[in-house]
Write a protein that binds this ligand. Structure first.
Ligand code: DC
Length: 217
């Protein structure tokens, strides 16, 4: 049986994960946060104290297991959902996710998950690399100011201390690194529907997307 695939891409703080999660819940699909996988690999590398700037040090990814259960990511059977949100992980994940050996393994696992059931998958390269034949593709954007504000509020909710202007600079740097890297840079698929979420509430974006899906059905 063919499964339904919904791809949601965009830069950090555009609202992807909250929105993707809500859509998955509404539709009864599995939500896959692909950024969480790159974060988890970064966390594992930091814990192992390996040099992050040597790509060959990331061969361990092939022996690492990943599983999404109720939206939480389990790496090697341990729930890492909280530990992957630290500043240290955020500051290093762009480098780690730029490595081709890391990306190939992540993409392979993401495609395997999508073969098993209906998914809403969010990331940077879902619409044009991971699931190029996805039934629906959306690309969410928002101004840097709005995205920084959202990350700031997100961090407050998670109990992580942060500074708004530093967050803004970090988002700018991460955008630059993610969109200029050699392998699968952040960019919209040619057939993605673009949504600027700067002035929209979460509910408005969710409604926009679910209405699109209903229209095509
Ligand atoms: O969505 P996020 O901010 O948690 O993602 C963390 C990093 O992972 C982001 O800086 C870029 C990378 N990433 C990627 O390269 N490809 C994806 N499909 C998802 C995330």
């Amino acid at each position: 049986m063919e499964h339904i695939q919904i791809a949601i891409d965009g830069p950090a703080g555009a609202g992807k994960s909250t929105i993707a999660q809500m859509i998955a819940k509404q539709l009864g699909y599995t939500y896959i946060d692909t950024g969480a996988m790159y974060r988890a690999i970064t966390l594992k590398a930091l814990k192992q104290n390996i040099k992050l700037d040597i790509e060959d040090n990331f061969e361990f990814v092939k022996e690492t297991s990943f599983e999404f259960i109720d939206g939480a990511l389990y790496m090697d059977n341990i729930d890492v959902s909280k530990n992957i949100r630290t500043h240290k992980v955020s500051n290093n994940v762009s480098l780690v996710s730029s490595y081709i050996n890391v990306r190939e393994e992540c993409v392979r696992i993401q495609r395997t998950i999508a073969e098993k059931g209906n998914v809403v998958m969010d990331g940077r390269d879902i619409g044009y690399i991971v699931l190029p034949d996805a039934d629906y593709k959306f690309y969410l954007t928002a101004s840097i100011e709005k995205r920084a504000e959202r990350r700031y509020k997100d961090n407050c909710t998670r109990g992580i201390k942060s500074d708004l202007s530093i967050l803004k600079e970090k988002i700018r740097t991460r955008d630059h690194l993610d969109s200029t890297r050699e392998h699968s840079p952040l960019k919209p698929a040619e057939d993605a529907i673009m949504i600027d979420t700067s002035e929209l509430s979460i509910k408005q974006v969710v409604d926009l997307i679910t209405n699109q899906i209903k229209e095509v059905d």
